[in-house]
Design a protein around this ligand. Structure first.
Ligand code: GLV
Ligand code: MN
Ligand code: MN
Ligand code: MN
Length: 404
C-alpha cells in the first residue's frame, strides 16, 4: 500500500540535522513542500483536489454519480518547533494508505470519501491552534483571523499570499460542517496510556478543554550590578514565581499548566529586564476547572507583582472547550476487530477533530501507540507494525462509513 515509501519521502522535509526534530511551520518552504507532496499523491490516485485560501486541502474519491455529504479523514502536516515526525503526518499518510487498501479490497465508496490536510494545526506561527479547521467550519471569523501577525510581524493574508494561496477565498466558504457527514482522524498517541495498557490502538472519548493565555509582566530595566536587590522591580522574578505557582496549582488540582514560551526585553545578561511576556498553556478535565485554574494562577501572579513592584496583565489568546466525540461511533470502532475491544480513552491534546466535532459533525479519533510516550519533541515514535494496524483499522472504519 506504499505506506513505507510515503513515510520515507517525508522523512527529510523540515528536519533539523542537529536535533533530529522537525519544524514544519505553516506557509514556509517545508509546509509548502508537504502540501505539494500531498496534492501529488492525491492526483496520482485520481482524486479531485480542492485547496481553500488558507491552504486546507481536501482530496475527494467520488465515483461518477456519488454525491451528498462526504466521509472525511485526515490530519495535518505542520509541526511544532522541533517536533516529532508523527504528530499530523501519521494521519495523512494513513489516510492515503487506507484508500490504497480499500481499492485492493475492491471497495467502491457509496458516498464521497475525502482526505484532508488542515493548515496551521499547531498554532506555531500565528498562535491560534487549529487555525485552518476553525476557519473551514466558521468557528473563527476571517475578519478576526486576517488581523493576526506572526512573530516577525507578517500578517496572515501576506503569509498566505507568499505561499501562493488566495486569502480572498476563505471567509465566504466556512461551510465544511455542512458538506461532510462525519470525520475520522488517526493520530499518534501523545502520552503513555496505550503503552501502559499494552494496546496498539485506542479510540478517543473526549478532548480536555484547553486554553492559551498571554502574561505580560512589566517592571523597570536597570543595571544588573549596581541596582541593590531590594531596589529592583524585576518582571523576570514575578514571572518565575508565577511559573512555580502554576506548576503547584496544576499538580494540586490534577490538571496541566505549562509556560513553554517566554520573551524578555531587552534580553541582556547584565540588565534587569523591563518586560517579560510568557504564554501559559492550561488543560483541565472540565471547562469549570480550566477557568478556576487560570483564575488562581492569574490572581497569584497579581499578588506576586504587587510584592515585586511590577505589574501583570493576563489576556486570553484562545480557549477550546471540552469536546466529547460521538460515543456510538467510538464504541463501534473500538469493537470492530478480533481479540477484544480497543480502549476508549480521553486525550489532553488538541486536534482538528475536536474543532469539527464541536461544529456538530459526528467525529471519531483513532490513536496509534507511541512507545516513547513523548510528543511535541523529536523522540515521538510509532512502530511500523502498529502503524499498519492503524491503517487497516482506519480502512475498516471508512469502509463502514462510506460503504453502501
Ligand atoms: C496540539 O497538538 C496541542 O495539543 O497543543
Ligand atoms: Mn501537536
Ligand atoms: Mn496533531
Ligand atoms: Mn494537535
Amino acid at each position: 500500500m506504499g505506506f513505507e515509501r510515503m513515510w520515507g519521502e517525508l522523512a527529510q522535509v523540515g528536519r533539523s540535522a542537529r536535533t533530529g526534530g522537525y519544524f514544519r511551520q505553516p506557509w514556509t518552504s517545508a509546509d509548502n513542500e508537504l502540501r505539494a507532496w500531498f496534492v501529488g499523491e492525491a492526483e496520482r490516485r485520481g482524486l479531485d483536489v480542492e485547496i481553500d485560501g488558507v491552504g486546507n486541502v481536501i482530496a475527494w474519491w467520488a465515483p461518477d454519480g456519488v454525491t451528498g455529504p462526504g466521509v472525511l479523514t485526515g490530519s495535518h502536516l505542520d509541526s511544532v518547533r522541533d517536533g516529532g515526525a508523527y504528530d499530523g503526518p501519521l494521519g495523512v499518510v494513513s489516510a492515503l494508505a487506507a484508500v490504497d487498501l480499500l481499492r485492493e479490497r475492491g471497495f467502491v465508496p457509496a458516498r464521497p470519501l475525502g482526505l484532508s490536510v488542515f493548515a496551521e494545526e499547531e498554532g506555531s506561527r500565528f498562535g491560534r491552534a487549529c487555525l485552518g479547521s476553525r476557519l473551514a467550519v466558521g468557528a473563527l471569523d476571517w475578519a478576526a483571523a486576517r488581523e493576526l501577525r506572526d512573530r516577525q510581524g507578517v500578517a496572515l493574508p501576506d503569509a498566505l499570499a507568499g505561499a501562493g494561496l488566495d486569502p480572498g477565498d476563505i471567509g465566504p466558504r466556512a461551510d465544511l460542517a455542512e458538506r461532510i457527514a462525519c470525520f475520522v482522524e488517526l493520530h499518534v498517541e501523545q502520552g503513555r496510556d496505550l503503552v501502559d495498557r499494552g494496546e496498539p490502538i485506542g479510540v478517543a472519548s473526549e478532548i480536555w478543554p484547553h486554553g492559551r493565555y498571554r502574561f505580560e509582566f512589566k517592571g523597570e530595566a536597570n543595571h544588573a550590578g549596581t541596582t541593590r536587590m531590594e531596589d529592583r522591580h524585576d518582571p523576570m522574578l514575578t514571572y518565575a514565581m508565577t511559573a512555580l505557582a502554576a506548576n503547584k496549582q496544576a499538580r494540586l488540582a490534577g490538571q496541566r499548566a505549562t509556560f513553554g514560551r517566554v520573551e524578555a526585553e531587552p534580553n541582556g545578561t547584565n540588565a534587569v529586564p523591563s518586560r517579560v511576556t510568557a504564554w501559559l498553556d492550561a488543560r483541565c478535565d472540565s471547562d469549570a476547572a480550566l477557568s478556576d485554574l487560570v483564575e488562581v494562577i492569574s490572581r497569584q501572579a497579581g499578588e506576586r507583582a504587587e510584592r515585586d513592584g511590577t505589574a501583570v496583565e493576563v489576556s486570553e489568546e484562545s480557549v477550546t472547550s471540552a469536546v466529547s466525540f460521538d460515543a456510538d461511533l467510538a464504541a463501534r470502532i473500538a469493537g470492530d476487530h478480533e481479540g477484544g475491544d480497543w480502549p476508549v480513552i480521553p486525550t489532553q491534546a488538541g486536534h482538528d477533530a475536536g474543532i469539527i466535532a464541536a461544529a456538530g459533525v459526528p467525529t471519531a479519533m483513532l490513536f496509534v501507540r507511541n512507545p516513547t510516550g513523548v510528543s511535541h519533541a523529536p523522540s515521538e515514535h510509532a512502530e511500523m507494525p502498529d502503524c499498519l494496524v492503524g491503517v487497516s483499522a482506519l480502512a475498516d472504519t471508512l469502509e463502514r462509513l462510506a460503504g453502501p
